[in-house]
Ligand binder design. Structure first.
Ligand code: UT7
Length: 334
């Protein structure tokens, strides 16, 4: 699916926010839990540490904190939004949606609230959905949240996955803007379900309801075929960027900052090299947080803005890839 800036109603990014749990889990600490080492994790992934949510903290808690920061920065409260979308693969429950819990926690009115499930591409999918509602005139101010507590779905006995993921949340307030303002220059999203089993949680859904067996076999945790995911991730992230950019009048050199999904430093390197971006124009925080799935691109965007890596009027490209497989890219002007 492709969308490009439409003349009548623009989509304005009003503010962003992020929330990362305080607790840090370092590679050294991890190497006491499973047979791994700081050396292996650093060289194979670039990750040095990740954040871990407190015992009872849910995606809706992290998401609500990020949302409150974004709302405060916009001079708004929960009561001022007219739609709430949460991208997550670690929902508080299968239903109701995590967005409904966030709605309650930020004091939003009785506005539509729902989740988007597109794994690590979830925030870009949510941006596409929100912008569709805004451009059609059905919503004026939408809060989108990417929130994950992946640590609660991680098999802490499986060294091939437990070193990769972390917890965190980010949020963005979007508003209808008349008169030519448009922060979302283009967006491209895609998916290919033939790869569904390569990155998933096998049990807990209708295909494998919880039984003693599924629990014993640790099937309620994330499973990934890392090598296969790696290859498709590089190709599809580069392709998503090119397709989104083609919908604008811009050249790659017009993009001030590439913000790729942060799953593995080797994937980030390969994508930025393929697209001709020097590392100075590529945002990286994988060393601090690991992969926080749907929260990744919005947390990175919020940090890049705070650090002055992006300034008013600059153009950035958010690019993501995840389970499904899903992928997407958004060209934004901040
Ligand atoms: O958000 C989108 C989803 N995620 C991704 O995009 C991640 C994509 N995949 C990756 O990032 C990489 O494939 C991984 C980091 C997951 C794995 O890296 P790899 O270079 O593909 O390693 P591998 O899975 O082929 O494993 C190589 C070796 C194996 O040992 P043998 O069989 O060669 O003896 C593994 O058992 O490394 C071993 N290994 C580890 N060793 C120490 C796997 N995990 C670990 C570990 N510590 N944590």
């Amino acid at each position: 699916m492709e969308t490009a800036a439409c003349k009548s109603v623009g989509v304005k990014i009003v503010s962003t926010g992020r929330y990362l749990p305080e607790k840090i889990l370092t590679n050294e600490e991890l190497s006491k839990i499973v047979e791994t080492s700081d050396e292996w994790i650093t060289t194979r992934t670039g990750i040095k540490e990740r954040r871990i949510a407190a015992k009872g903290a849910l995606s809706s808690d992290l998401g609500a904190e990020a949302a409150k920061i974004a709302l405060t920065r916009a001079g708004l409260s929960g009561a001022d939004i007219d739609m709430l979308i949460c991208a997550t693969i670690t929902p508080d429950k299968i239903f109701p949606s995590t967005a409904c819990y966030i709605q309650q926690k930020i004091g939003a009115a009785e506005v539509p609230a729902f989740d988007v499930s597109a794994a690590c591409s979830g925030f870009i999918y949510a941006l596409g959905v929100a912008s569709g509602f805004i451009r059609s005139g059905a919503a004026k101010r939408v809060l989108i949240v990417g929130a994950e507590v992946l640590s609660k779905f991680t098999d802490w006995h499986d060294r091939s996955t437990c070193v990769l993921f972390g917890d965190g949340a980010g949020a963005m307030v979007l508003e209808a803007a008349e008169g030519g303002t448009d922060s979302l220059l283009s967006l491209f999203i895609g998916a290919d379900g033939q790869y569904a089993e390569l990155l998933h949680i096998p049990a807990g859904g209708a295909s494998a309801p919880a039984t003693e067996e599924t629990v014993k076999n640790r099937l309620h945790f994330m499973k990934m075929s890392g090598k296969e995911v790696f290859k498709v991730a590089v190709t599809k992230m580069a392709e998503a960027f090119e397709k989104a950019l083609a919908k604008t009048n811009l050249k790659p050199s017009d993009i001030n900052l590439l913000i790729p999904h942060q799953a593995n430093m080797r994937i980030i390197d390969a994508v930025s090299r393929r697209l001709g971006f020097p590392m100075e124009k590529t945002y990286v925080n994988v060393h601090k947080y690991g992969n926080i799935s749907a929260a990744t691109t919005i947390v990175a965007l919020d940090e890049a803005l705070e650090e002055g890596r992006l300034n008013k009027g600059d153009t950035a490209a958010l690019v993501a890839f995840g389970g499904g497989f899903t992928w997407g890219a958004a060209i934004i002007r901040v």
